[in-house]
Design a protein around this ligand. Structure first.
Ligand code: 5AD
Ligand code: SF4
Length: 706
């Protein structure tokens, strides 16, 4: 769209926002709140030509200042932050229903919980506004249809376009209601009364649902998402606090009259806020989880990414890295554990392990080494904590701003795992550069920090990695894998791979296959390369690997993964005793063949059959005396006193619920899904204290599974 077409919204005047208010908020208001209008009304709705346009605003957000990476290059958009510019105190009370659908990664799922919290907050976020929201699971029951979107690959975006078209078509077929809309005189002072008294015309209209696009695609495409008339509302990932206000501007407002209900024209026809922020972490917002019964919860710890991998659009859609204060994270995790029955916290961030809390409190508590005194006075841990260190010398950082005072990721993991030895801690999604030895040692030491490391390699070829700007070589990565496996016994390693990146040759692709064969990943997420606008690759490289070659290579990496995971699970998992966090009945469970499932420490899913409606098994208390004896006398079970067996056989069985830990003996592996036999309900501490020989429970094992 041209600059001209964005000379915005004299709609304001028609809606009697007082001139003083407009003078007060003027350009800031415009820059945060955009509207486009249909041609006939456009002339009336234009603002005085103050030189501020939407494209001005958008380009400002990218060129205010230019941060540079170590090579001194522009590393993308600088978020700007402007104050909210409008108060809406004059609207009448109403309830609007919203439906929220989420696409994409876990970060989006977590953001949707934040959106839900903002909309359901009874203390409306802007003063005097009486709007309130309710969530509905039925699309056609909603006034507002929100879609939280992903932009990482083209096919993710195609799905969203398709959905928006379908929503608009459904909406056209099933209008909410017929409304009588009153268009007010232009200069009326008292908006509500005069709208009725001097109403220019009344017309019956269909009430359209508001179709809103949130998240990465909204941020990437900005006003282009208005095309085709499918979307009315565009809100980027850092602007969710503004949602009630934007929706309020789009919704027709009931006017209190006697007789037939009347509505006034919405203040806006389209609204957009795509500002990125340097500091928004939504730290003070308690997410409203879509599935509050889940035993595992995500806690967002940082947002954004500074890495600028050359293929990736995320830094452009999610903005710059910023970390939430350690204390607020620990508090949220504690409440989830103590009050909501959550047993597993997954720390969440685009680049989770480059977490760095630089808040005042963090800096005071953890000063940088230079300010803390002589280096000789400090332990290795202090030195690490006071500075920043990559996984090994073969890893480098794209971004200069690293190190110094504050809390690092290892401090955060330690603090969250201190909440309770019965609370599991995981994290996603990390970068391989930020696995310093301190973090690996902590993971090895703590039973409740899961033995699972996601180490997205992306490619096994050093030359491709260089073009991808990943900041490491194949050799550095492989050295890290060795360190991880020697430090953390029984660790699961997972990865992401991209096939057919710009210029990828057959030899380079073979390097990826050989890396996969060498590492034998426990899980892998594999994708064909999709060129994204604005990225370094888009600006400087050619997407020259034909689609069919990308797909063939993708099939090859998938089959390499599948072959190896089968071998690995057959060797390492079958016959093992695993502690599961039980999640509940499996998706494939059915009458007559019920199964429940859970996840191991290594994040592997295990399903186990049950005989009745709910699982029943022995308890840790009844099993413990025998296991203690077994451990003392192992391998000779005959020495266990018969009275122990007698007591055990008479002990009652207990019911298992979602959120319990349970011991399962794995007896089959199908790809990366495991099957097993339920043995006994456990506690994490109890299990580790027993110090079991995991692979052989001897005679007792068969007794337990009866
Ligand atoms: N094309 C294909 N895959 C991509 N990813 C990121 N950007 C692209 C792209 N342009 C993959 C990476 C990343 C995962 C989340 O998505 O493997 O780790
Ligand atoms: Fe994208 Fe790389 Fe950042 Fe991951 S680390 S979000 S792949 S730029």
């Amino acid at each position: 769209m041209s600059n001209q077409s964005f000379r915005i919204l004299s709609n304001l005047r028609r809606l009697q926002l007082r001139q003083s208010q407009f003078r007060k908020y003027g350009p800031a208001f415009i820059s945060r709140w955009q509207s486009t209008t249909h041609s006939k009304e456009e002339r009336n709705r234009r603002l005085p030509d103050d030189g501020v346009t939407l494209s001005h605003f958008i380009s400002n957000s990218q060129s205010n200042s230019k941060p540079a990476n170590e090579q001194g290059e522009d590393i993308g958009p600088i978020p700007i932050s402007a104050p909210l510019g409008i108060e809406s105190s004059q609207f009448s009370n109403r309830v609007l229903k919203f439906h929220l659908k989420t696409y994409g990664c876990q970060m989006n799922v977590s953001d949707s919980d934040i959106v839900r919290s903002i909309l359901l907050d009874e203390n409306a976020t802007f003063s005097g506004n009486q709007i309130s929201f309710e969530e509905t699971q039925e699309e056609m029951d909603a006034d507002i249809l929100l879609t939280n979107t992903c932009a990482i690959r083209e096919n993710a975006e195609s799905k969203v376009w398709q959905r928006l078209r379908e929503l608009r078509a459904h909406d056209n077929k099933n209008p909410l209601e017929k409304l009588t809309i009153v268009e007010a005189e232009e200069e009326n002072e008292d908006r509500l009364e005069n709208a009725v008294r001097f109403g220019k015309k009344k017309k019956a209209q269909k009430r359209k649902r508001i179709i809103g696009v949130l998240g990465c695609m909204a941020e990437r495409l900005k006003e282009d998402m208005f095309k085709d008339g499918t979307a009315d509302l565009i809100v980027g990932p850092d602007a969710y606090r503004d949602l009630p206000r934007l929706i309020n501007a789009l919704a027709p407002k009931p006017i209190s009259t006697t007789g037939q209900p009347l509505y006034e024209t919405p203040m806006m026809e389209r609204a957009l806020n795509v500002e990125l922020s340097f500091d928004e972490t939504y730290a003070d917002i308690t997410p409203v989880r879509a599935n509050p019964g889940d035993v595992s919860a995500f806690v967002s710890v940082m947002r954004g990414c500074n890495n600028m991998c050359s293929y990736c659009v995320v830094p452009f859609t999610r903005g710059r890295e910023r970390s939430r204060e350690l204390e607020s994270i620990v508090e949220e995790a504690r409440i989830l554990y103590e009050q909501s029955g959550v047993k597993e916290i997954c720390l969440l961030g685009q680049n989770v392990n480059s977490y760095h809390d630089r808040s005042e409190n963090a800096i005071l508590t953890n000063p940088a080494l230079e300010t803390a005194g002589n280096e000789d006075d400090h332990s290795k841990k202090d030195i690490y904590k006071a500075g920043y260190q990559t996984s090994n010398d073969g890893f480098s950082n794209m971004f200069r701003l690293r190190g110094g005072a504050g809390y690092y990721f290892v401090d955060l993991v330690e603090a969250v795992s201190n909440i309770s030895p019965e609370l599991r801690v995981r994290f996603t999604s990390p970068h391989p550069k930020d696995y310093p030895p301190e973090l690996l040692s902590l993971m090895a030491e703590r039973h409740n920090v899961c033995n699972h490391l996601h180490m997205p390699a992306q490619s096994g070829s050093s030359t491709v990695l260089e073009r991808m700007r990943r900041g490491y070589t194949r050799e550095a990565y492989m050295e890290l894998i060795d360190d991880v496996r020697s430090t953390i016994p029984d660790v699961a390693i997972t990865s992401d791979f991209i096939t057919g990146f710009c210029g990828e040759t057959e030899e380079e692709h073979e390097d990826t296959l050989s890396l996969m064969d060498h590492v034998k990943y426990d899980q892998a997420f594999m994708f064909a390369y999709s060129m994204r606008g604005k990225t370094h690759a888009n600006r400087t490289m050619t997407d020259d690997v034909p689609d069919e070659v990308k797909s063939r290579r993708l099939q090859e990496v998938i089959s390499m993964f599948r072959t190896n995971i089968q071998i690995r699970n057959d060797e390492l998992e079958v016959g093992k005793l695993r502690l599961l966090l039980v999640e509940g009945e499996s998706r494939r469970s059915k009458e007559g063949a019920r199964t429940w499932g859970g996840r191991t420490d290594q994040n592997k899913r295990v399903v186990f059959p049950i005989s009745g409606e709910t699982p029943e098994c022995w308890s840790e208390e009844s099993v413990r005396p025998i296991l203690n004896a077994l451990n003392r006398t192992y391998p000779s079970n005959t020495m266990i006193r018969s009275d122990l067996f007698h007591d055990f056989a008479r002990s009652p069985k207990v019911e298992i619920q979602a959120g319990d830990y349970a011991l399962v003996q794995v007896d089959d592996a199908r790809g990366h899904t495991l099957r097993g036999k339920l043995m006994w309900r456990a506690s994490m501490q109890g299990f580790h204290e027993m110090g079991l020989d995991q692979s052989d429970l001897g005679l007792f094992g068969s007794l337990l599974t009866k």
